[in-house]
Design a binder for this molecule. Sequence first.
Ligand code: CP
Ligand code: NVA
Length: 306
Amino acid sequence: MATRHFLTLLDLSPEELHYLIQRAITIKNRLRAQGPTYAPFTNRTLAMIFEKSSTRTRVSFETAMAHFGGHALFLSPRDTQLGRGEPIEDTARVLAEMVDIVMIRTFSHAGLEAYAAASSVPVINALSDDYHPCQLLADVMTWTELRGSVRGRTAVWIGDGNNMCHSWINAARQFDFQLRVCCPKGYEPRQDILEAAGDRVTLLHDPAEAVAGADLVTTDVWASMGQEEEQAKREADFAGFQVSEALLDKAKPDVLFLHCLPAHRGEEISETLLDDPRAVVWQEAGNRLHAQKALIEFLLLGRVDH
Ligand code: CP
Ligand code: NVA
């Protein structure tokens, strides 16, 4: 059977994604009740290639492997041959001879696809310029834990049409909820990704209109990794797109607020938003651990029903 990769949410079927969310919740509850006693990754190794910075992604993947009896290797281009020009396809073939699964955080999504095409072991996208699917597993898990099935509900994306926005659009397709994408003109998500989602996703430019009656509101930084030099221009262009307590007041009374983090207080969110009870970002961050345990388990072992 062909090697399964997880480069976007479209690599798994809706049914498989539902399984993963439920499995992540089971794993989390079991860990809470029994501690880390389950060791399905014994003698398995995850290679983690990071070409961009990370706190949550690195710690959650490394901890997931440790809790489940396996091992994780942190590989940076600064001190591997990747940084000296060894072709990614050669690296993929070499690592597949040694490790069981690979996680990559990189710039080019096409480069990630090229790596995966050459890899005989599963490859996980841990963020590219175009997508961040692992974050969406944790986000949908959090939404499901707190509110039950997300099917037919309404989420609102405020801000840049970036990698996170693209993954929210794919999540709306796969989990069958409505998504309103609200961004400044000129910062819309990619047209092909938007169009493929059909009428589940609508594009707006007025945050107050977008959040009216919403079940969930989410945002992200205005300048992503690699766009640092655009910071000042983006701060000006995104004026009026800050998510504040007052903006959430226009959504449903039980609205939830998510942010993949790291957040910039005073920019895309108000100074105090993360202290508001509607913000569930710490639970969301913690769920990266549980969701990725379920993902790695699925890619290495298939479905598990205990
Ligand atoms: N949300 C997220 O991916 O965080 P890190 O950049 O810290 O990994
Ligand atoms: N859009 C952000 C997400 C960080 C987790 C970035 O790519 O930098």
